[in-house]
Write a protein that binds this ligand. Structure first.
Ligand code: CUA
Length: 352
């Protein structure tokens, strides 16, 4: 009889485990993995998921079986038999969780170590976060010296991101790469990524950093080694990086105002038809002439001042102190002139 109960219990647990496993495996809960680091992290996820399914199945089976097998009559008000502990059971339910938790800890420690280990021939990229955009500066490899508003990566090559911020706390996240790293002013935080899948993935800021937080997005683009080395993506294509769009602290060259606009992430906050920008955090740049009139200034000096000293005049309806205060230092003079001329031309021509 006891043996039969055990068989019933085991069968019930197996059925529950199969159902829960189907839910875990058949539904794609996580975005596709696109990096070696993410593959390793997934191993820890699956280990913990497997353990959870096992425990859940046994507990759920015991509850269901008890409800079915030991149900009393509604008018049975008698006490159950008194039970004073069971040493053997207590040892078992202490030992098993100890083993499981230790296993998770060991596997996690190995993955953490592997994901942080320096590998030969890795590429170094300085990642700078600011309200509300990213910039990526290649420190070595075939793209050395390139500064890009998007993160281009050669497949199967390890990259070490050196992440920092020029203003407030941000956090770097590409879901398909499986890791997050904080961007902290005055500090450089490392993050290793070895992409394993060609494609375009979102770079997301995952630390609330101000009004434009939800718009602080860029792209990570994984290329073949040949495409990466060819640097076509860095040759000033539309929206592509140029020397003019130098990141904070970098000397910038000349270049077109449109490239400066793109590289400094202006589109994240502002609307400008000529740049296909539709940000709503800051004032509409298609309406610059009207805004200059309200500020009582000639258009050119108004645009220039609004970039380098944004708090001098605040357009009604917009909060003070949201626009970064440091563009006067981070954009070179020639790039700034190009940007001012571009904005003037765009707002007169393309805008309404
Ligand atoms: Cu940067 Cu949120």
């Amino acid at each position: 009889m006891r043996r039969r109960s055990f068989v019933h219990l085991a069968l019930l647990a197996a059925v529950i485990a199969a159902a829960v496993t189907a839910v875990a495996v058949l539904i794609p809960w996580l975005p596709v993995s696109a990096s070696r680091e993410r593959d390793r992290i997934d191993v820890t996820f699956w280990l913990a998921t497997g353990i959870s399914i096992m425990i859940f199945s046994v507990v759920a089976a015991a509850i269901l079986y008890s409800v079915w097998r030991f149900r009393v009559h509604p008018d049975d008000d008698s006490d159950g038999p008194p039970i004073h502990g069971h040493t053997g059971l207590e040892i078992v339910w202490t030992a098993i969780p100890t083993v499981l938790v230790t296993a998770i800890a060991i596997v996690s420690a190995v993955v953490l170590h592997d994901n942080g280990t320096t590998v030969k021939n890795e590429l170094h990229v300085k990642v700078t976060a600011q309200q509300f955009t990213w910039s990526f500066q290649y420190l070595d490899g075939p793209a050395k010296g390139v500064v890009s508003p998007d993160l281009y990566m050669p497949i199967d090559r390890s990259m070490k991101l050196e992440i920092t911020s020029v203003d407030v706390l941000h956090s770097f996240w590409v879901p398909q790469f499986g890791q997050k790293q904080d961007a902290v002013p005055g500090q450089v935080n490392p993050l290793k990524i070895t992409p394993t899948r060609l494609g375009t993935y979102p770079v997301i800021c995952t630390e609330l950093c101000g009004l434009g937080h939800s718009l602080m997005r860029r792209q990570a683009i994984v290329l073949s080694p040949a495409d990466f080395a060819a640097r076509r993506w860095a040759a000033g294509l539309p929206g592509g990086p140029t020397a003019a769009g130098a990141p904070p602290g970098q000397p910038g060259g000349g270049g077109s105002g449109k490239a400066v606009f793109a590289a400094n992430g202006c589109a994240a906050c502002h609307t400008l038809a000529a740049a296909a920008a539709a940000g709503k955090v800051g004032p509409d740049l298609d309406k610059l002439p009207a805004e200059a009139k309200r500020a009582g200034q000639p258009l050119e000096s108004f645009v220039h001042e609004s970039i380098v000293n944004p708090n001098a005049y605040i357009e009604p309806g917009f909060p003070k102190g949201v626009m970064p205060q440091n563009f006067g230092q981070t954009i070179s003079k020639s790039a700034l002139d190009a940007l001012v001329q571009y904005l003037i031309q765009s707002s007169k021509g393309g805008g309404k």
